[in-house]
Design a protein around this ligand. Structure first.
Ligand code: SME
Length: 156
């Protein structure tokens, strides 16, 4: 599959249309890198985010995984930045204005707001989905709920 129907409409409608399309392209052997790569690509293309990608927990830190967008930092420590905070607190973190988030790691100065959603496997956080927007206040409860549902497709 090389293309998909890029959904339009309200944020809810877009996520509702995106979810089955993402599920449809999940690798049948559940290779996590393949699935993260397509999920990042579909989210990025649909919403036009600044940066969309994953960090995986490897050797006690977060290591850059599949992403779409500009160059990013390769490693993030536990509890550091928005990503490390979502990992430590085991919850989705919505940041309306990155300048107001103490310890935010600025991989790109164009990033203005951010959401980080943990991915769980067997009760442990094994990765995070990180999305950056070039606009303030991009993410809300709808994004949190829909992205949590979406990453469940990776949790196996
Ligand atoms: N801003 C993130 C770092 C990763 S980049 O945004 C891709 C953070 O504070 O954890």
């Amino acid at each position: 599959m090389e293309s998909f129907n890029i959904p339009t409409g309200s944020k809810q409608e877009i996520y509702a249309s995106l979810l089955p399309q993402v599920q449809a392209v999940m690798d049948e052997k559940a290779d996590i890198i393949a699935n993260m790569a397509n999920m990042a690509a579909m989210l990025h293309e649909t919403f036009g985010f600044w940066w969309t990608g994953f960090y995986r927990v490897i050797g006690g830190e977060l290591v850059l995984g599949p992403f779409q967008g500009p160059l990013a930092c390769t490693r993030i420590a536990y509890g550091r930045g928005v990503c490390g905070t979502a990992w430590k607190e085991r919850r989705t973190v919505v940041v309306p204005d990155v300048e107001q988030f103490p310890g935010h790691i600025a991989c790109s100065s164009a990033s203005r707001s951010e959401i980080v959603v943990p991915v769980f496997q067997n009760g442990e956080v094994t990765a995070v989905l990180d999305i950056d927007s070039a606009e303030l206040n991009t993410f809300d409860e709808t994004d949190a709920e829909c992205l949590e549902r979406l990453v469940r497709g990776l949790e196996g």
